[in-house]
Design a protein around this ligand. Structure first.
Ligand code: F6P
Ligand code: MN
Length: 332
């Protein structure tokens, strides 16, 4: 059986599609290698004594898990010496991480959520890593300001999901493609080429415990779904909520669905729940490249001009027709 590996896929993208220069290919390979390491740590779980809290808080004021810290360090150390990066930004760090002076500097900025959904670690439910790649603007130092580019400027984005199998889902702007980790060979095999999200769906994902805080358009939309065949939609809808964004988005890529973490009365002071740079933008690019849509309810996620590294935003993404309906309800 001939198998296309991530390396072959990237070289073909570089050679035929002229989509990725050599140093971006190196960057993606390095991220993919780091993700393999994280997958090993996540997979050992309690055996390695890696469950539970690290005893520290991150910049978001959230308790860091031991595996949050490990995953963050794996990504930082894997990416600092290759010469492909100008700087990195991580959900777990207050400020950008600069490349040590002993190493050459490159033109790219790497942004990541090292371990998304980490509240699920201790209960052995899927977690993941999300990443986004930007170009450092010419003649600009890679300070926080350099990272504040719209999601449209991402040159690559993706995530790894550490589930029953480990998968890497990637876009460099030519569709969204999924690779499965062959654990025996240690290689990423292209198993899900050119993923397309069905435009219609009967499945939604939202943390319904927050329903009393939702805005009227979201109240209306979810109420209509819950009325099912007896309501205006005339069909039943099913609900799923993993509470790991990677796992929920991955399911939507696989079989359609809509995911909402909307603005509500409780998260309004922070602007929303999910992080624009580490979560919303990369997932929005992955979803748009798969034919889906991603909005805040009021505008496409990818058009937002970031105001800060750790900015939070509302996120509504997935099957195109459902996202468009929610956006229309917001406009009314
Ligand atoms: O990283 C934030 C996150 O953990 C996402 O992975 C997930 O979708 C969401 O928050 C879960 O939120 P809640 O705790 O409200 O269910
Ligand atoms: Mn996260």
């Amino acid at each position: 059986m001939s198998r296309v590996t991530l390396t072959q896929f990237l070289i073909e993208q570089q050679r035929n599609q002229k989509m990725i220069p050599a140093d971006l290919r190196l960057l993606i390979e390095v991220v993919a290698r780091a993700v393999k390491t994280i997958s090993v740590h996540v997979g050992k779980g309690a055996v390695a004594g890696l469950l539970g809290n690290a005893g520290t808080d991150n910049v978001q004021g959230e308790a860091q898990k031991k595996l949050d810290v490990v995953a963050n360090e794996v990504l930082l150390h894997a990416n600092e010496w290759g010469g492909h990066l100008a700087a990195m930004a991580s959900e777990e760090l207050d400020d950008p991480s600069y490349i040590p002076k002993t190493y050459p500097k490159g033109e790219y900025l790497l942004v990541f959520d090292p371990l998304d959904g980490s509240s699920n670690i201790d209960v052995n439910i899927s977690v993941g890593t999300i990443f986004s790649v930007l170009r450092c603007p010419a003649n600009m130092e890679p300070t926080e300001e350099a990272f504040l580019q719209t999601g449209r400027r991402q040159v690559a984005a993706g995530y790894a999901v550490y589930g029953p199998s480990t998968m890497l889902v990637l876009t460099v702007g030519t569709g969204t493609h999924g690779f499965t980790l062959d654990r025996e060979f240690g290689s990423w095999v292209l198993t899900h080429g050119d993923i397309r999200i069905p435009e219609d769906t009967k499945e939604f994902a939202i943390n319904a415990s927050r329903s009393r805080f939702w805005e009227p358009p979201v109240q209306r939309y979810i109420a209509e779904l819950q009325q099912g065949a007896d309501g205006p939609r005339g069909q039943d809808f099913n609900m799923r909520w993993v509470a790991s964004m990677v796992a929920d988005v991955h399911r939507i890529l696989a079989r359609g669905g809509i995911f909402l973490y909307p603005l509500d009365e409780k998260n309004r002071p922070r602007g929303g729940h999910l992080r624009l740079l580490y979560e919303a933008n990369p997932m929005a690019m992955v979803v748009e490249q798969a034919g889906g849509a991603a909005s805040t309810g009021r505008e496409p996620v990818l058009d937002l001009v970031p105001q800060g590294l750790h900015q939070r935003v509302p996120v509504i993404l997935g099957s195109r027709h459902e996202v468009e309906r929610v956006v229309a309800y917001h406009a009314e």
